[in-house]
Design a binder for this molecule. Structure first.
Ligand SMILES: NC(=O)CC[C@H](N)C(=O)O
Length: 409
């Protein structure tokens, strides 16, 4: 029988459960993830730094933990909330149990609480600070510490998770392109998806300057996902603006979408409770096609859904929209002649975990670097799914790449 644990939200709502993972006390922003699979990828996604993740799937830990699926070197979540942990791990790839892994990495969790009630509370009241403790028995005392803990809004966190030194992920097969990738909390699958397409990826620290980027002689610049509030970031926005002024093709994912938005002059704002899961429907307005996608974001770009906005770097417009709530899920930048200069998405085409519907975006990045910046795509704006293949035109690389045999979900 595990030790008792309590979870206290910043508005005082309290849940009593059992210790899961490490014993101790932890604080963070309470968020919920609706993914039925992929807990290892979720736990090791650096974008969850300083967040306490509530899993809505009731059984977690069933397939154990292995050394192949982590998206980074460690677990980043500040705390973990599970309804009913697996009593034993059962999978041919499992090397140890999730409970043991959480304990070994010092991650404090709680189990045996009503995660449906907690999730409904967060949906109604919004994401908020939370504390979990196995050492405190008085909720009022824990509440005081929750209310004194740090807020997510206004926090610059990318520098806390980024690599200290540059490293290179070699192209798989023939090398075709060089990309400078700023690590703002990058997931391992992302450079892998690029390497699969013949891209040599130079992963640079979040503090890299425009000179550092140019020193790589990149065909394209990439900004990764990452934790924290995009409004608290200035350095990377300046680097991106300098790169855009220099006509370096750009692709961004998640945090990289938010920073693209800010570099283009749009604002960002905090969503009430965010999008976290692996089945979010998104419309690619370039093709009219809907894709099911993996999300993990608590902030979003505030850009007009219709029309384009003139920026110092070109015409910016919204390329992708979430069909659940009309949140901006992608941006694109074109020059006056309609040539694509850069684009980004708010969700996770690297899909670890998640469906592979959005893998075409890595092909789009290759096309952008090839100088085939989506002339076809623009004329396809009003077309329907049926015409996707024609409008994208041969000899584009396959847009439906990707294997389904990756062990990521
Ligand atoms: N996965 C991400 O890049 C998240 C971006 C940002 N930290 C947010 O919460 O919206």
């Amino acid at each position: 029988m595990s030790a008792p644990a309590i979870l206290v939200l910043e508005d005082g709502r309290t849940f009593h459960g059992e210790s899961y993972g490490a014993e101790g006390e932890t604080f963070g922003e309470a968020v919920f993830n609706t993914g039925m699979t992929g807990y290892q990828e979720t736990l090791t996604d650096p974008s969850y730094h300083r967040q306490v993740v509530v899993m809505t799937a009731p059984h977690i830990g069933n397939t154990g933990v292995n050394d192949e699926d982590p998206e980074s070197k460690r677990i980043w979540v500040a705390g973990y909330v599970v309804r009913d942990p697996a009593r034993r791990a059962s999978n041919w790839r499992s090397q140890r149990s999730l409970d043991d892994e959480l304990r070994a990495q010092g991650v404090v969790g709680i189990s045996g609480i009503d995660t449906r009630a907690l999730t409904r509370h967060l949906r109604e009241r919004g994401a908020m600070r939370v504390g979990i403790s196995t050492t405190e028995t008085d909720p009022a005392a824990l509440l005081e510490r929750v209310q004194a803990s740090g807020e997510m809004a206004g926090s610059e966190l990318a520098s806390e998770v980024s690599t200290d030194t540059t490293y290179v992920v070699p192209a798989i097969g023939e090398k075709r392109y060089t990309v400078a990738a700023l690590d703002l909390g990058i997931k391992g699958m992302t450079p892998h998806r690029m390497a699969e397409r013949g891209i040599e990826v130079h992963v640079l620290p979040a503090t890299a300057s425009i000179e550092d980027v140019k020193a790589v002689a990149p065909d394209g610049l990439f900004y990764s996902n990452g934790p924290g509030d995009p409004a608290a970031t200035t350095h990377q926005i300046e680097v991106l603006q300098a790169a855009l002024a220099d006509e370096i093709p750009y692709f961004g994912i998640c945090f990289g979408n938010q920073l693209f938005g800010r570099a283009l002059g749009f604002g960002t704002y905090k969503l009430k409770y965010g999008h976290r899961g692996i089945n979010q429907p998104v419309m690619d307005r370039t093709t009219g096609k809907t894709e099911v996608t993996a999300h993990n974001h608590g902030f979003a770009v505030d850009a007009p859904l219709e029309g384009s906005t003139t920026t110092p770097y070109g015409e910016a417009s919204v390329s992708h929209v979430c069909l659940n709530d009309d949140v901006v899920e992608g941006l694109e930048l074109r020059d006056a002649s309609g040539r694509l200069k850069g684009f980004s998405v708010q969700y996770h085409p690297e899909a670890a975990a998640g469906p592979h519907d959005a893998a075409y975006l890595f092909d789009r990045f290759v096309q952008l670097m090839e100088g085939r910046g989506g002339f076809e795509a623009r004329s396809a704006r009003t077309s329907t799914t049926d015409t996707v293949v024609e409008v994208r035109g041969a000899p584009a690389p396959s847009l439906e790449t990707t294997s389904t045999d990756e062990g990521d979900d």
